[in-house]
Design a protein. Structure first.
Length: 317
C-alpha cells in the first residue's frame, strides 16, 4: 500500500496596510512566517496605488524586496523564492481629491508606500468613498489567477489595517469573485469594517447571511460541470487586535469580529457591537488580544497556528 504524501502546503495572500508595501509586510509578519514555515507559503502583493505619486497616478509596480526602480513583477514567497506576478497598475476616473484629505495623518508613508484604494474623508474623519476599490479587486483577481495557475488553489487571506478592510470585502464578495480567489480562511489584524457607508452596508449584509448565492463550481470541481450547491459564506476567521491601538481602536476591530463570528447579533445605538455582543466577541476563541498598538505582534503566532490546526489545516510536528 502506498503511503500518503506530505500534506499540501497552505497558501495565503497577505495584504499590507496603508502607506507600506508587500516587502514591509513580509518583514512585519516574520515571526508568523517562521512559526508556519512547515505549513504555509505567504504571497505579498503591493497595493496598486503608489502614494508618493500624484493622486490616482500609478507607476509600474516596485520590486517586492524594495528599491526605487520598477522591475519585472515578482512576488516573494515565505521561502524566499520569486513567484507569480505583482498587481498590475490601475487607475481611477474619479475626480481627484486633495491628498491631504486622503492620507491618515497618524500613519507615516514609508518609502515605496502604497494603498489599495483612494479615499476621501468626512469632517468626522470617516472615509466617505473608496475610490478604485473595484479596480483593486480586478487587479487582485489577475494576481490570484497567476498564483493559482502556478501553484494550485489558495487557502486564505490575511490583512492588516487597510489590507484587512480589503480582506473583509473579499470575504463578503467571495461568492461572486473568480474561482482563483476562493478561500476558506481569513485573518484580520487591526481590522475594521469599511467606513464608507455603502461598502459597510454591503459587507455587514453579506456577513449576516448563512449561505452565499449559487456560483460557478469550486476549485477542484470537474471542468465544465454545473454547481448544484450553494457554498456557505460562513467560514473560519481569526481576529487580532491591540488593546492600545490608537489608529484602529479595539471597538472597531470588535465590530468586524462580531460581524464574522456572531452573525445576526444585535448592534448598539452607534451601529457597532452591543454591550451584550461585545462581551461574547471579546472572549471568543478566534479573537486574540495583545497589549500593544497598531502592530502585528509576534505573540500571536501560536494562536494563528492553533486556529489553522483547529479548522482543518495540517499541523507539523
Amino acid at each position: 500500500m502506498c503511503s500518503a504524501g506530505p500534506p499540501r502546503r497552505l497558501r495565503f495572500v497577505a495584504l499590507h496596510g496603508w502607506g507600506t508595501n508587500g516587502s514591509a509586510f513580509s518583514a512585519k509578519i516574520g515571526a508568523l512566517r517562521t512559526e508556519l514555515k512547515h505549513e504555509a507559503d505567504f504571497f505579498f502583493p503591493d497595493g496598486p496605488i503608489e502614494l508618493s505619486q500624484p493622486p490616482l497616478s500609478v507607476p509600474p509596480p516596485l520590486h517586492p524586496r524594495g528599491g526605487d526602480q520598477p522591475l519585472d513583477p515578482v512576488c516573494t514567497r515565505s521561502d524566499g523564492l520569486a513567484s507569480a506576478a505583482a498587481l498590475p497598475p490601475v487607475s481611477s476616473s474619479s475626480s481627484p481629491v486633495p491628498l491631504s484629505q486622503r492620507t491618515a495623518s497618524l500613519v507615516p508613508v514609508a518609502p515605496g508606500g502604497r494603498s489599495w484604494y483612494d479615499f476621501s474623508r468626512l469632517e468626522t474623519g470617516e472615509s466617505a468613498t473608496y475610490d478604485g476599490i473595484d479596480a483593486c479587486f480586478t487587479a487582485l483577481a489577475a494576481y490570484c489567477d497567476a498564483l493559482v495557475a502556478e501553484g494550485g488553489p489558495l487557502d486564505g487571506v490575511i490583512g492588516f489595517s487597510q489590507g484587512a478592510v480589503v480582506a473583509a470585502i473579499w470575504v463578503a464578495r467571495r461568492a461572486t469573485l473568480p474561482r482563483s480567489m476562493e478561500i476558506r480562511f481569513a485573518g484580520f489584524v487591526s481590522g475594521l469594517l469599511p467606513t464608507a457607508p455603502e461598502l459597510r452596508g454591503e459587507v455587514r449584509t453579506a456577513l449576516s447571511r448563512s449561505v452565499a448565492p449559487p456560483r460557478v463550481p469550486h476549485v477542484g470541481a470537474v471542468a465544465g460541470a454545473e454547481s448544484t450547491s450553494t457554498p456557505p459564506l460562513r467560514f473560519a476567521t481569526f481576529h487580532v487586535l491591540g488593546e492600545t491601538d490608537s489608529i484602529i481602536e479595539p471597538r472597531r476591530s470588535l465590530d468586524l469580529a462580531e460581524a464574522c463570528l456572531l452573525p445576526g447579533s444585535s448592534t448598539g445605538e452607534d451601529g457597532g457591537v452591543s454591550t451584550s455582543s461585545r462581551s461574547a466577541v471579546w472572549d471568543h476563541g478566534n479573537v486574540f488580544r495583545h497589549p500593544g498598538g497598531h502592530v502585528v505582534p509576534s505573540s500571536c503566532r501560536k494562536f494563528v497556528k492553533s486556529f489553522l490546526a483547529k479548522n482543518g489545516a495540517p499541523a507539523s510536528n
